[in-house]
Design a protein. Structure first.
Length: 441
């Protein structure tokens, strides 16, 4: 992974509602001073559409635009808060981060703020004959303010449409599914069948006394492990000639004082080395999908669980989530999972990490939906159909065995609760179809 810390910094900025509006506000300040300079130097072109009114008209125009921008910002902010509340109640609080990352809303807010600041800066430079200053009406600057006001109206129309779109279940599910696809491409870039430059692990390379001689490095902070800077960790192991086994993977919760990694030789663990290794682990208050493929899967599962809860009773949304999960798992089944063993340039084993597995991801995708939806015939049938759709993309018998085990649990649990014979027959039929395509090769 390249520049993990920079990527996490950008992710944090992208997830904030202040970064893009601040950039746009700064740009409006630069724009205002640049055009005012042009007006003062007599560089205003003689075009028919340039503002040619007096000081009172210019002040009235700029005051109206600035005042309306404040009102629109308050309205847009209120709509955004309502959208976030609806998202939290309907899809779960963990989905709020996706809404915070919405670039469209950030640009809308930034456009209104930038227009307001621009108008204020231009307004302060207008002087009439009796103001004690030389007469000055920045014609080009006032014209640009008019253009910005017209553009803000277009942005407002876009915002109303966008705000009503992003809270729809189909849009939210599609967005989370897109995050899952990007995470898969980032964490599992190699498709099966392609040549891999990785050096295969040999059992004899791990010292037999590793468990007895290794010493733990303690975590210095609480939080979710968001990412591991592999390059930095490799530099540390080479500098100090270490073998490090990471005991947690991204997505797990870290408790301050718990074991973060095991280091061999253990006698080299001191305060300096503990700080260096902790700095290679990025810990935050919430999970992210940057190095955690389970996180977007859990988001889809959360939407599905809320949809099939008795309070909502919306199996169609749950079915949409199952369809997206099946698409994601089909992509994962075609990828090579990275080795947990990392080597330096001289083929020395330096780092052992805990990696995600196909079984673990399938468990995250299906377990809770199966447990909470066993009495819903439509959801049960779609789960079995999803497993049958994933089957052709699997390449290993162990992966087919995982899917077959889940199909059997789905059938067994649903048949214990569903008494209608026609429904039971449909479930058995879907299970048999899944079992047929999951036969070991």
């Amino acid at each position: 992974m390249k520049n993990v810390k920079l990527s996490k910094l950008w992710d944090s900025l992208h997830s904030s509602y202040w970064f893009i509006p601040t950039l746009m506000a700064a740009s409006s300040i630069i724009l205002a001073f640049a055009i005012l300079t042009s007006d003062r130097t007599g560089g205003t072109p003689n075009w028919w559409w340039i503002y040619t009114g007096g000081t009172d008209g210019a002040r009235s125009l700029l005051s109206s635009v600035a005042g309306s921008m404040v009102s629109v910002v308050a309205t847009a902010f209120s709509i955004t808060i309502v959208a976030l509340q609806l998202a939290s109640s309907n899809f779960g609080p963990r989905l709020l981060r996706n809404f915070m990352q919405d670039t469209g809303n950030q640009i809308v807010l930034g456009t209104f703020i930038a227009t307001f600041i621009y108008c204020l800066l231009v307004l302060r430079t207008i002087h009439g004959e009796g103001d004690g200053y030389s007469f000055f009406v920045p014609q080009l600057s006032v014209t640009v303010a008019t253009v910005l006001a017209i553009a803000s109206i277009g942005v407002l129309i876009y915002f109303i449409h966008h705000a009503s779109t992003i809270i729809q279940a189909a849009h939210v599910i599609t967005q989370v599914s897109g995050d899952l696809d990007k995470t898969i491409d980032r964490l599992f870039p190699e498709q099966i069948g392609q040549n891999s430059a990785k050096k295969p692990w040999q059992v004899g390379e791990i010292p037999a006394n590793f468990e007895e001689e290794a010493s733990p490095v303690k975590a210095t902070a609480d939080g979710y492990l968001q990412a591991i800077d592999d390059d930095e960790l490799m530099k540390i192991t080479r500098k100090y000639n270490l073998l490090v086994r990471v005991t947690n993977r991204p997505g797990k919760f870290i408790i301050k004082g718990s074991d973060l990694a095991l280091v061999l030789p253990g006698k080299r663990v001191d305060r300096e080395l503990t700080k260096l290794i902790n700095d290679a682990f990025i810990v935050g208050k919430e999970r992210t999908e940057y190095q955690d493929a389970e996180f977007p899967i859990n988001q889809l599962v959360e939407i599905a669980l809320r949809a099939i809860s008795p309070a909502v009773n919306d199996p169609f949304t749950a079915i949409r989530c199952i369809d997206r999960l099946s698409a994601g798992l089909s992509r994962i089944a075609q990828r090579d999972f990275p080795s947990p063993y990392r080597y330096d340039g001289e083929h020395n084993l330096r780092v052992i990490v805990e990696v995600a597995t196909f079984e673990g991801l399938v468990n995250s995708a299906f377990n809770q939906i199966r447990q909470y939806g066993y009495t819903d015939v439509a959801v049960t049938i779609r789960l079995l159909e999803a497993i049958a759709r994933i089957a052709p993309y699997t390449r290993y018998n162990k992966d087919r065995a995982v899917l077959l085990r889940h199909a059997a649990m789905i059938e067994r649990g649903s048949l214990e609760k569903i008494t209608e014979e026609c429904d039971r027959a449909s479930i058995i039929q879907r299970y048999e179809a899944a079992a047929k395509v999951l036969k070991p090769e």
